[in-house]
Design a protein around this ligand. Structure first.
Ligand code: ADP
Ligand code: MG
Length: 378
């Protein structure tokens, strides 16, 4: 058994999700599991302090002395990553020398594939120093160098664990941004970002109720969806662009929302929250309907899976297209929604070590399959 750790901290700026997995290579060569069987042995979550969250948020836009600030914040971030790794080692009783590698996403501060770059702040050298484990980082750049979007990178992993022959499944990851993987019945895979996940809802509830997120969507549920505002929010070219496509806070930031709300200043904040939930649900459902019309089952992961109001809206929006689609959490497939992305980065670390590609050119638009990431030996 070889062991890997995956660390993911996404656009929501909430914290770091980590998993420790065992790769059982005795199953290698099996037609359904050609790479062997990955088993989750432990999971941990380290929430960011409000200071770190604020510093990360401030780096989403250009500002004074940002190179210095980014480097300092990256070091702070890595202390959180290291703490997460420590928990995983403690939970499993494994020593660092037993772990083949850590795959770490880093914290996205710019995602501009159209300019040929994406930037996840990180300090993998410090993480290797602190943990005594090989660290693999910067997974997205190579795909962009090959002409791709560098995102999403999770579809290949989704295919390997959730794909089912003869059945079209969609895995929808609702983090800060939402992305889908379409695992078609014939074996091909597509995937792209569909737009905002929680990012706008989080910003809105923070502004009006000083909460970092709307637990279970309870606040949104009390509001009324405003159809005029919903139509205005959906009037955004990104939603109608053909894949490959990816996005982030670079587009869906508070200024974007403020501009959209200009004409709607009389609306009650609770109704805006309800409408933002509908925006996430409708753009996701429309993307699924357009690019996976034969889908039977939709599985939700990411923190949005816990927003019951949002999931109901997704279900309603999908059924509005005239056929019944089942919408469930990845939990029913045996994987907690919180762990899917971290598992994907453990898997990408494994792929790097094996010198196997981690991207899917048909998803990202890259010129070909590429081995992703850069290794920092311990
Ligand atoms: N119980 C819950 N109810 C509603 N929303 C939730 C709940 N738990 C998590 N979330 C949402 O999920 C987000 C975190 O999701 P996550 O998958 O970690 O996203 P990211 O990858 O962008 O960090 C939170 O910011 C919040 O909006
Ligand atoms: Mg998160």
């Amino acid at each position: 058994m070889r062991y890997f750790i995956g660390l993911m901290s996404g656009t929501s700026l909430d914290g770091v999700d980590g998993v420790l997995v065992g790769m059982d290579e005795s199953a290698r060569g099996n037609e359904n599991r050609p790479q062997g069987q990955m088993q989750q042995l432990s999971a941990s979550y380290v929430p960011f302090s409000s200071d770190l969250r604020a510093s990360l948020f401030a780096l989403q836009f250009s500002g004074f002395d940002e190179i210095h600030r980014a480097s300092q914040v990256a070091n702070q971030l890595v202390l959180n990553y290291a703490e997460c790794v420590l928990h995983l080692l403690k939970n499993t009783g494994l020593y660092p020398e037993k772990i083949t590698a850590i795959g770490v996403h880093g914290q996205t501060v710019r995602h501009r594939p159209e300019y040929g770059y994406t930037l996840q702040i990180n300090n993998p050298a410090l993480l290797a120093e602190l943990t005594d484990i090989d660290v693999i980082a910067d997974f997205r750049s190579r795909d962009i160098a090959a002409g791709g979007q560098g995102a999403p990178l999770v579809p290949a992993y989704h295919r390997s664990v959730f794909g089912k022959k003869g059945q079209t499944r969609v895995v929808a990851n609702i983090g800060g941004i939402s992305n889908i993987s379409i695992l078609s019945a014939h074996g091909d895979t597509r995937g792209f970002d569909t737009g905002p996940g929680n990012v706008l809802m989080d910003a809105w509830i923070l502004r009006h109720k000083s909460q970092t997120f709307d637990t279970n969507g309870d606040w949104a549920r009390r509001g009324q969806i405003n159809t005029a505002l919903l139509a205005h929010l959906m009037d955004e070219p990104f939603f109608y662009k053909a894949p490959p496509k990816s996005t982030g806070r670079d587009l869906f930031h508070e200024e974007w929302l403020n501009n959209k709300l200009n004409r709607f200043s009389v609306l009650a904040p609770v109704d805006v929250q309800a409408t933002l939930s509908a925006l996430t649900a409708h753009t996701l459902a429309d993307a699924i309907h357009t690019y996976a019309p034969d889908v039977q089952d939709v599985y939700i992961c990411g923190g949005g899976a816990y927003n019951t109001n949002l999931i109901e809206l997704v279900q309603i929006a999908l059924n509005a297209h005239g056929k019944t689609v089942s919408v469930e959490s990845t939990e029913v497939l045996g994987v907690s929604p919180n762990h899917v992305e971290a598992l994907a980065f453990a898997w990408l670390a494994y792929r790097h070590v094996e010198r196997e590609p981690g991207n899917l050119p048909e998803v990202t638009g890259a010129a070909g399959l590429r081995v992703l990431g850069a290794m920092y030996p311990h």
